[in-house]
Design a protein around this ligand. Sequence first.
Ligand SMILES: [Mg+2]
Length: 148
Amino acid sequence: MANKVVIENGFVRYLFRGGIGLNKKLLIVDDQTGIRILLTEVFNAEGYTTFQASNGRLALEIVKKEAPDLVLLDMKIPGMDGLDILRHIKQMDESIKVIMMTAYGELDMIKETTELGVLEHFTKPFDIDELRIAVNNQFLAPNERRFG
Ligand SMILES: [Mg+2]
C-alpha cells in the first residue's frame, strides 16, 4: 500500500501515513512562503520534524542548532543563494543530506552542486509526490525504496 498525497480543492490530503520520517529532522529552505507551507504539511504528515528558513542566514542558524538529517534547498534565493548555502552546510557537516530544488535554466549549476554532494535535483514545478518519495528513500535501505 503506497503512501499518497492528493490535492483536492486546493487542500493537501494525506492517504496512508507512512511514518518513515520518525525521529528525522528536515529543513526546508525556500524564499517562497507557499512552497515552505506545502512542503511542511507534506513532510509533517510523513512524521518528520520540520524546520523552515526563508533565507540563508536563518538556514545556517537552524543547521547549527538542530543538525537536520536532510535539507530541501531552493537554488534561487535572494541574498545568499542556494549554492552558497550548500557550501556552508557541507562545511559545517558533510553528512547532512541535501536535495536541491532548481528552476529551469539552472542546469549549469547542477554539476557543481553534484560535486558538493547533492543527492538529487528537482526542477520546479516538481511533482510533490515524487519529491516525497525521494526524501523517504534517503532513509530506507535500498531494497525498501519506492520509485512511484
Ligand atoms: Mg526561490
